[in-house]
Write a protein that binds this ligand. Structure first.
Ligand code: GCB
Length: 577
């Protein structure tokens, strides 16, 4: 899926700004035809969650209606015009000039509609109904009652009642973009890179696959050009490989040809790299690599889960400062701009679908599987050309207590491999040896909190539990493992000697102890701390002020004590921990 760009053949208009907004708590909007106009709207910023912008709507999850007007840009007359919504959480229904364009389910992946039939040159009325309510038949699920709650009883009293540990922010979370492209145009481009001895290989495939095209790959010393139909290949002697130390990006220009005439063009950055799991190791460009980094969230005061460019830049600077080389897009796909920053700054990303808190009661299971398949397809289509993406994560902490879980993930895995055979697949588990899907997944990801939720306050005992469990897992599945979550809440400014739970000292010592265990296991290929920064959650007895305080940085991105210790560990690798 190609992100809209501007060049001689393509144009876009970003509709970010102030829109009109009206909540619809009684769900009257459809019958009262709000898709033609809103009668008492208030202004709202797009993109951003509504919950952070309005105190009176903090806990309101929908439905709500957005409206904006636009004129057709100069030169767009008689063109096919598309709308691309990058992220609307969770259900979106869209109308233009009173006519329904379509709807989309799922909060974090882009979707496109053709507007051409209904567009006018002046004063177009665009209306989007957004519903972010929590329901057991949505993914991720919420408002679950009955036996599934036994699994995580701590969530049952939370408000709003999520089945996951982050605030269920709603709204238009990423830019809404209008764009045009030529009548005959590239629908998609797939770039796959590889290595053959000391040569780099770059394969470029286009859709429609009968297109005649020219591809130009621009490197630091040389530019390579070739032409073909559907697919071309480059062989690059002594390529500048992409990696955390040197995230070199070539520029690829792809031009569609009609005879000798160029009729469409698209350019994108290309990082030449390979990624694979071999034995106990993760290999980047055929060399073992150890992941150091974080599980994160898209979360910031006021903007909520909305795309916030300065915060994205700041987060990458802090991750560089601390010596991280990797992160996971827990627990949903992040903004495409964030993925591009990861390419530029050399971060290795485990790219996760929004399947968090899945459960496997047969009731509704087919629908959950269909949604997970849709999300996986949309995610791979969106992110396949990012060198930063080194693995796909099918889910976070599924409640895999029933046998149905294994066949569910086997189906997802098979689908994933059919869409992208170049990257490993995993899922992030809290089930330990009971996670039967580890049998077919390429590597294991585990979340553990011994010394926090269990064996509370006892770090040494907690790390002994961790050590024993890791060995059991490896013994059973014989696959390499990343500890994708470990950590402790530290309330900023809370101190204790000797270290005590919720203090910055306890968090620091906890993390040191876990890292010591991880580094003693040859099959462990990475450590991701939970979490990069403190983040907003539902209210509940384990979440003081409605926050998870496991951040190494505060929600305002200030370092806690552990940040300095981690920087020592991650930037001075030879030092004893
Ligand atoms: C987990 C979840 C994560 C939570 C974390 C915690 O296992 O994957 O979403 O925030 O634990 O802090 O409890």
């Amino acid at each position: 899926m190609l992100y809209p760009i501007r060049n001689e053949y393509r144009q876009y208009l970003d509709l970010s700004g102030f829109w009109n907004f009206q909540i619809d708590p009684e769900n009257r909007g459809r019958s009262e035809m709000w898709h033609s106009g809103l009668d008492h709207p208030r202004p709202i910023a797009v993109p951003a969650s509504w919950n952070g912008q309005f105190d009176d709507y903090r806990d309101f999850l929908g439905p709500a209606w957005y409206q904006t007007n636009f004129d057709l840009p100069w030169g767009w007359e008689n063109k096919q015009v598309f709308i691309r919504c990058n992220s609307i959480n969770y259900l979106a229904d869209i109308w233009l000039n009173g006519q329904k364009l379509g709807n989309h389910e799922g909060g974090h992946l882009p979707f496109i509609f053709d507007l051409s039939e209904h567009i006018k040159s002046r004063n177009n009325n665009l209306i989007i109904r957004v519903d972010g309510q929590l329901a057991s038949d949505r993914v991720p699920p919420g408002n679950i009652t009955g036996s599934e709650l036994d699994f995580f009883p701590s969530h049952s009293e939370n408000f709003p009642q999520t089945q996951f540990d982050f605030f269920p922010y709603c709204g238009i979370h990423r830019p809404v973009i209008l764009y045009i492209k030529p009548k005959e145009a590239f629908e998609d481009i797939t770039v796959i890179t590889g290595l053959e001895g000391d040569k780099g290989l770059v394969r470029v495939a286009v859709d429609p696959d009968h297109s005649q095209f020219r591809a130009t790959l621009e490197g630091p010393e040389q530019t390579y050009t070739t032409r073909g139909e559907g697919e071309v290949r480059f062989t690059i002697p002594q390529p500048h490989l992409w990696g955390p130390e040197s995230p070199y990006l070539y520029n690829l220009l792809v031009e569609m040809l009609s005879g000798e005439k160029v009729i469409d063009a698209y350019s994108l950055p290309v990082g030449i790299r390979t990624i694979s799991v071999q034995g106990n190791q993760l290999l980047l460009n055929d060399k073992p690599i150890y992941l150091k980094g974080f599980g994160r969230h898209e979360d910031f005061p006021v903007s909520g889960r909305g795309f916030n460019p300065p915060v994205a830049i700041k987060d990458f600077s802090l991750m560089k400062w601390i010596g991280a080389n990797s992160f996971r897009t827990s627990h949903y796909p992040y903004a495409e701009q964030v993925m591009s920053l990861a390419d530029q700054r050399g971060f290795l990303v485990i790219d996760e679908t929004p399947a968090v808190g899945l459960f496997f009661n047969t009731d509704g299971l087919d629908r959950r599987l269909a949604l997970c398949k849709q999300y996986l397809r949309e995610l791979i289509l969106r992110d396949k050309n990012h060198p930063s993406v080194i693995a796909w994560s099918l889910a976070n902490e599924p409640h895999s207590t029933r046998p149905e879980a294994k066949s569910f993930f086997q189906e997802l895995y098979n689908l994933g491999v059919s869409l992208d055979a170049t990257r490993p697949f995993t899922l992030v588990s809290c089930m330990g040896v009971a996670e039967e899907s580890f049998k077919f997944l390429d590597f294991m990801c585990l979340n553990r909190y011994f010394g926090w939720y269990q064996e509370s306050g006892q770090i040494e005992r907690g790390s002994q539990f961790l050590s024993a469990e890791l060995d059991l897992l490896y013994e059973k599945f014989q696959k390499p493992l990343i500890l994708t979550e470990f950590g402790a809440d530290a309330v900023p400014g809370q101190h204790a000697l000797p270290p005590e739970m919720f203090s910055e000292e306890f968090q620091t010592v906890f993390i040191e102890a876990y890292i010591q265990v991880l580094r003693s296991k040859p099959y462990v290929i990475g450590e991701h701390i939970w979490n990069f920064a403190d983040f907003k959650t539902s209210q509940g007895i384990t979440r003081m002020g409605g926050y998870n305080f496991k951040g190494i940085f505060t929600r305002n991105r200030r370092p806690k004590l552990a940040a300095h210790r981690l920087r020592d560990i991650w930037t001075k690798e030879s030092e004893e921990i």
